[in-house]
Ligand binder design. Structure first.
Ligand SMILES: NC(=O)c1ccc[n+]([C@@H]2O[C@H](COP(=O)([O-])OP(=O)(O)OC[C@H]3O[C@@H](n4cnc5c(N)ncnc54)[C@H](OP(=O)(O)O)[C@@H]3O)[C@@H](O)[C@H]2O)c1
Length: 248
């Protein structure tokens, strides 16, 4: 993937991994449009990244996704890259889960934001992307797509689903010229799941530098450190990693 001269819609690009990618893609000479729910974080991102374009939207809402796709295509007709990066992570003890409708709705949000939204946005933008030179769709999954962390069971399942979808999408789009790429992060030091929960993760700057360099060099699926290992292993190692990660 060429990092310059693109027009990129990057979901969840006001913080964490998305912001680090946005900074680098902007520096490389691409137009970058980011979206998120928190207006204050979007403003702060604009202060940090000169020329960044922002839209406030809630990707959990199908209407917001429709409106975002419509506005971005109208405002940026050269749009040629979609990066599905927005995501949430919840710690869930399934045996003690809140069985009320409100409790289920909270759990369902993770499935909607992490799986439904990127699939829907991809579907909405594909007719446009197929007409564009250098088009690409980049999905941000997780090392947990390959071996789940049991304390985030729904999250891990959503990332496995997005990884699976990415493989099918790449196969289907091969004749169209739209590249389908995947970034597989390990634990990265961001506010994912809440401030302070990922301080054990790798630094976001080094991670972003490394994965973008590899995408620029032509790789389709890139991990970093532990997620680079896990995305390439066989079943016996996956089971061993599951036991190690979940202390059994
Ligand atoms: N950090 C890690 O350890 C790690 C590991 C593997 C994979 N990942 C993946 O990397 C991606 C980025 O996460 P991060 O670590 O950078 O955490 P983050 O800083 O919390 O970023 C997530 C972004 O998604 C946005 N977002 C969440 N729900 C949204 C919604 N309904 N509508 C619009 N935007 C929404 C958030 O903005 P608002 O809250 O303002 O909407 C935020 O900017 C996620 O897909 C995550 O699963 C992270």
């Amino acid at each position: 993937m060429n990092l310059s001269n693109n027009t990129i819609l990057l979901t969840g690009g006001a913080t964490g991994i998305g912001l680090a990618l946005a900074q680098r893609l902007r520096q490389a000479g691409s137009e970058v449009i980011v979206c998120g729910r928190r207006a204050d974080r979007l403003r702060e991102a604009q202060d940090q990244v000169p020329g960044l374009h922002v839209y406030a939207c809630d990707l959990a809402l199908a209407n917001d996704r429709d409106e975002l796709a419509r506005r971005v295509q109208a405002d940026f007709p050269a749009l040629n890259v979609l990066i599905n990066n927005a995501g949430i992570q919840n710690r869930v003890q399934l045996a003690q889960a809140d069985t009320s409708p409100a409790g289920w709705e909270r759990q369902r949000q993770e499935i909607i934001i992490n799986v439904e939204a990127p699939i829907h946005l991809t579907t909405l933008l594909l007719p446009h992307l197929q007409q564009q030179p250098g088009a690409a769709i980049v999905n941000v999954t997780s090392g947990l797509a390959f071996a789940p962390a049991a304390f985030v069971p729904i999250y891990s399942a959503t990332k496995a689903a997005l990884h699976s979808f990415t493989l099918s999408l790449r196969h289907q789009l091969a004749p169209t010229g739209v590249q389908v790429l995947e970034i597989v992060p390990p634990a990265v030091n961001t506010d994912l799941g809440g401030p302070g929960l990922h301080t054990f993760g790798v630094p976001v700057e080094a991670f972003a530098d490394a994965v973008l360099a590899r995408l620029a060099a032509g790789e389709q699926e890139v991990g970093y450190e532990s997620s680079e290992q896990i995305r390439l292993v066989g079943r016996a190692e996956l089971d061993a990693r599951f036991k190690q990660m979940n202390n059994r």
